[in-house]
Structure formats: structure tokens, C-alpha cells
Design a protein around this ligand. Structure first.
Ligand code: HEM
Ligand code: HEM
Ligand SMILES: [Fe+2]
Length: 483
């Protein structure tokens, strides 16, 4: 028997979520493709020169990443909105309209990035080609569109909970979305002073990934642990509150670690160093939390691939953001590492570990339901595929991370510590064998990452297709024993 994807198994929010997830996967592919091109240009600087220059490939690489992750987040919230609120999505039609508007805007923006690429340094370029702010380079017209779509999304979420019922997760999520959407506005100011411009731009980038996105994925993890392990809501929500308090407590002023050498007042050295050094603490708590919950349930769960990706998420978040972030966050260290491949090493592991992983977990939750709550437990037919996809993607990204870290060490020593950041020291570092060989290793592991992605897509399209068993029923959570 073949189990087809059948939308009758899905509620309205989930149907919309599938659309968001599909575009997310396509943009994930675009991210990898342009990452490969940019990586190849490190090895062969003439490759595509004048056609698709490094700056264009890099821009598409990281913008596609931000956008696919946002698609994944929006899809995930729509995924659980009806179940969590006990009410059908309010404004679903508007939500669908928002999806198509956003997708049309993203398509046009990417085409302009690729076909027009650059423009004169004036308002026209800012409005129609590229705003020039790393990660959020969309031109102003698209910014406005994005804000409208986010408002629709927020309205739908808040109204659905208001009409249905609130929960701890619902409250945290709704407040977090206000902050997340509001921060985007900080990336839209236009000032001619580059220090002031960067001051506000970091509000978006840092306060997204180290505060509001972390809380959002905290909500996603909380909901999914209840859903796939049968974890007790009271415990999960208590953990969530603690994590949110620690996250905001350290992450907001941790912003200062981007103000060290960027023309901001000197007090940021102390504030940024101190608070950002505390940022790993909630990430440790998240690892403990997921392992604790999985352990209490003896790993019995409804969806093995999703749980594996959630655990990969908590470790990836801790390693990529917590450990790799901590390594270069004290000003005494950052003086040498700032803007080297060390930064790129951290960027890759953090974004993958914290955010790619949790979105992939939700893709697995979605395909399971879409095939009619199919079995995704032990001895899953074709189960090697998800395991290999997880392994190849993790080994690929970790391999790139280590290669970049070696290059970053080399740059910090030769260019900064020994050479004193002179122009010639810069080139001495760039041509050193440790740097050049690291770039080749990064490429090799980049291909491994791509192989993992191909397997992942294949698996998402086929997992559960030939399963006859229904999803595993969960046992009641064992009562807590007092000591
Ligand atoms: C999931 C969370 C995180 C993500 C996705 C992330 C991502 C990034 C990225 C992409 C950059 C480079 C930005 C650029 O292009 O200039 C960066 C820079 C940085 N991150 Fe993170 N990060 C995270 C968490 C953390 C944490 C928890 C810490 C500290 C404990 C940290 C410390 C830093 C520092 C100090 C820099 C500046 C590097 C430099 O001076 O060049 N990050 N981060
Ligand atoms: C096919 C595999 C990949 C390759 C070959 C690749 C290559 C690259 C290259 C060449 C850059 C520009 C670095 C520079 O400016 O010096 C870059 C930047 C970046 N990539 Fe990738 N990448 C890959 C996959 C990924 C994945 C899976 C993620 C995260 C999910 C990611 C996140 C980033 C980030 C955040 C930056 C900006 C780093 C910074 O500003 O320091 N990349 N990548
Ligand atoms: Fe930061």
C-alpha cells in the first residue's frame, strides 16, 4: 500500500504551513547553491568574475538563509496554532494572501539581486535594488511589503489565541512576535553616518538571533516536546519561562559585543563582554531540558526523525552559539578575531545548529501528519535516509566550521597578533598555507553538506510512503517521584 500526501489530514493552518515549508526548502537549496559559488571563488578568484561576483553570491547566500528560516518559523507557528489555541486560524484567507505577497516579493528581489546586482549610491538603489545592510538587504519597497505581511501574521496569531484559549506557550509566543516584528523597523532607518547605521542594524541582527528568534524556537521546542514525547505541559512551560528570562537577561545587553570597534562609546566593551559571556547559560539549560524530557520518556516518541533533529538543535545551539560565540566574545579576544574566518566559523555553526535544525524537525512533523499520522518510529521503512541526511548535514557543517576556525586562528595570529593588522599582514595571512588549505577543506565539507541536503529532500518526499503502521500511541507520563 502506498500512503499519499493527503491534505484532508490537515487543518487550515497546517495547509498554509505546508506552503511556507515548501518555499523554505527551495530557498534552503538556493542558500547552499550560492554558498558553493562563493566558496569556489575563494579557491578560484576568477570563477564567474564579472558575471556573478563574490559579493552577489555572498549576499544571496545569507539573505536566502534568513528568509528560508523566517518561512520555516511562520510555517511552524501556523502548524501548531489551531491545536494550541483550540480554535481555527482567524484570518486564514488573509494569511494565504500574505504568503503569496511575500513569495512574489522574494522572487522579484532575488531576480533583481541576480540580474541588476548593483546601482548608483543613491535613493533609487535603496528603494529598488538593495539596501546594503548585510543579511537584510531587501530594498525598501520589499521592506514595506514584509512589514505588512508580518502584521497580518501577527494579527492571525494573536486573534486566534484570543478567540480560542491562551497557554503559557501562546503568551510567550505572542509577546515575542511583537518584539521580533518591531525590531525589523530598526533595520529600516536611513542615516548617512555609518556608525549610527550599524548601531541600529545590529538591533535587528543580534536581537533577532540572540533574543527573539531564540525565544521563538524555545516555543517551537516546547510545543513539539509536548506533542511528540507527551511531555507534561507544566514542566515544559516552566522551563520555557526560565529560559526566556535568562535569554533576555543576557542577550539584550549582549548586543554590546558588536559595538567594540564600530565607533560606539567605550562602555560597550565592559557591558558587551560581561552580558554576552552569560549568553551560553540558557543554551545549556535548553540542552538539559530536552535531554531530561527525552530521558523521562525513555526516548519513546511519535516521530524519531523530528526528535533527533530537536536534540541536534539543542546541541547545535549550545555549540554554535554558546561555545563558538563565547570563544570570541570577550573584547580582549575579539580584538584579534574580529571579522576573520573565526566569525564565519561561528556564523555557520550557530545558524545551522540553532535554526536550520529546528525547522527541519518541523518539516518532519508536517510530513508525518500529511501522510495521515503515519508511523515514524523504530524500523521505519527507508529509515536509513533520515539518519544519513542528519549525519551528512551535521558532519558537513561541522567540517566547514572546523576548517574556518583553523583559518580564523591563523588570521588572528599572523595578520593581527604578529603583523599588527597592516595591509601586508592581511595578505600574508590570506596566502598562508593554513588559510588556503582550510578554504579547500571548507569546500569539501560544503559538498558533504549538499549531499546531506539532497538526501533530506528525498526523505521528506518519501518518508512514511510505504508504512502501514499508524503513529505510535504515547503512554501517560510517569508520575514524578519525590525524593
Ligand atoms: C543562535 C544564535 C547566534 C547566531 C545565529 C549567531 C550568528 C552570528 C553571525 C552570523 C555573526 C557574524 C555577523 C557579521 O556578519 O558580522 C556573529 C557575530 C558574533 N557573534 Fe554570534 N550568533 C549567535 C549567538 C552568539 C552568542 C550566544 C555569542 C556570545 C556568547 C555570540 C558572539 C558573537 C560575536 C562576539 C560576534 C562578532 C564577531 C566579530 O567581531 O567579527 N554569538 N554571530
Ligand atoms: C554548501 C555549503 C556552504 C558553503 C560552501 C558556504 C560558503 C560560504 C561563504 C564562502 C561565505 C562567505 C564568507 C566570507 O564572507 O568570507 C559564507 C557566509 C555565510 N554562510 Fe555559508 N556556506 C555553506 C552553507 C551554509 C549553511 C548551511 C549555513 C547556515 C545554515 C551558512 C551560513 C552562513 C553565514 C551566516 C554566513 C555569513 C558569515 C559571516 O558574516 O561571518 N552557510 N558561506
Ligand atoms: Fe550577537
Amino acid at each position: 500500500m502506498v500512503r499519499a500526501f493527503d491534505s484532508n489530514y490537515l487543518n487550515g493552518g497546517q495547509k498554509l504551513a505546508i506552503k511556507y515549508f515548501s518555499v523554505a526548502v527551495i530557498l534552503f537549496f538556493a542558500q547552499l547553491l550560492f554558498g558553493l559559488l562563493a566558496g569556489l571563488q575563494y579557491l578560484h578568484p576568477d570563477f564567474l568574475h564579472g558575471i556573478l561576483d563574490f559579493n552577489v553570491n555572498r549576499m544571496v547566500h545569507i539573505n536566502a538563509m534568513i528568509v528560508w528560516m523566517l518561512y520555516g518559523f511562520i510555517g511552524s507557528v501556523y502548524w501548531f496554532l489551531e491545536e494550541e489555541s483550540g480554535h481555527e486560524v482567524v484570518g486564514l484567507k488573509l494569511g494565504n494572501l500574505g504568503f503569496w505577497l511575500l513569495t512574489a516579493a522574494v522572487t522579484v528581489v532575488v531576480l533583481v539581486y541576480l540580474l541588476v546586482q548593483t546601482g548608483p549610491g543613491n535613493d533609487f538603489t535603496r528603494w529598488f535594488i538593495n539596501e546594503g545592510r548585510e543579511y537584510i538587504e531587501a530594498p525598501r519597497w520589499a521592506d514595506i511589503g514584509i512589514v505588512i505581511v508580518m502584521l497580518i501574521f501577527f494579527y492571525n496569531v494573536a486573534m486566534t489565541f484570543a478567540r480560542g484559549k491562551w497557554s503559557g506557550i501562546a503568551g510567550v509566543l505572542t509577546l515575542d512576535l511583537i518584539a521580533l516584528a518591531g525590531l525589523y523597523l530598526a533595520g529600516m532607518f536611513y542615516v548617512t553616518n555609518i556608525s549610527i547605521d550599524q548601531y541600529w542594524w545590529w538591533w535587528v541582527v543580534h536581537l533577532w538571533v540572540e533574543a527573539t528568534w531564540e525565544v521563538l524556537v524555545g516555543c517551537m521546542v516546547a510545543w513539539s516536546l509536548i506533542h511528540i514525547l507527551g511531555a507534561r505541559r507544566k514542566i515544559v512551560e516552566t522551563w520555557l519561562y526560565i529560559e526566556v528570562a535568562m535569554m533576555f537577561g543576557s542577550g539584550i545587553l549582549g548586543l554590546g559585543h558588536h559595538y567594540f570597534w564600530a565607533g560606539q562609546p567605550e562602555y560597550w566593551l565592559a557591558i558587551g563582554g560581561f552580558f554576552s559571556a552569560l549568553e551560553p547559560i540558557p543554551l545549556v539549560a535548553m540542552v538539559v531540558h530536552s535531554i531530561y524530557d527525552a530521558g523521562v520518556h525513555h526516548l519513546r516518541n511519535r516521530n524519531h526523525p523530528a526528535l533527533a533533529w530537536i536534540i541536534a538543535h539543542t546541541f547545535g545551539n549550545f555549540l554554535g552559539a554558546g561555545v563558538w560565540g563565547f570563544m570570541h566574545t570577550l573584547p580582549q579576544v575579539n580584538l584579534y578575531t574580529h571579522g576573520t574566518q573565526w566569525t564565519s566559523s561561528h556564523g555557520h555553526l550557530a545558524f545551522f545548529g540553532a535554526y536550520a535544525t529546528i525547522n527541519i524537525a518541523f518539516f518532519y512533523l508536517a510530513v508525518q501528519r500529511w501522510r495521515g499520522d503515519v508511523w515514524m518510529g523504530a524500523n521505519l521503512v527507508g529509515g536509513w535516509r533520515w539518519k544519513w541526511a542528519l549525519t551528512l548535514l551535521s558532519v558537513g557543517v561541522m567540517g566547514m566550521t572546523i576548517a574556518l576556525l583553523i583559518a580564523g586562528y591563523e588570521q588572528s595570529f599572523i595578520e593581527r597578533a604578529q603583523g599588527g593588522s597592516t595591509w601586508s599582514a592581511y595578505f600574508a595571512a590570506q596566502t598562508h598555507p593554513w588559510f588556503v588549505e582550510s578554504m579547500a577543506w571548507r569546500m569539501l565539507f560544503g559538498w558533504v553538506t549538499v549531499a546531506g541536503f539532497v538526501l533530506l529532500v528525498w526523505d521528506l518526499l518519501t518518508v512514511g510512503k510505504y508504512e502501514t503502521r499508524p503513529v505510535e500511541a504515547l503512554a501517560e507520563e510517569p508520575a514524578l517521584t519525590s525524593a
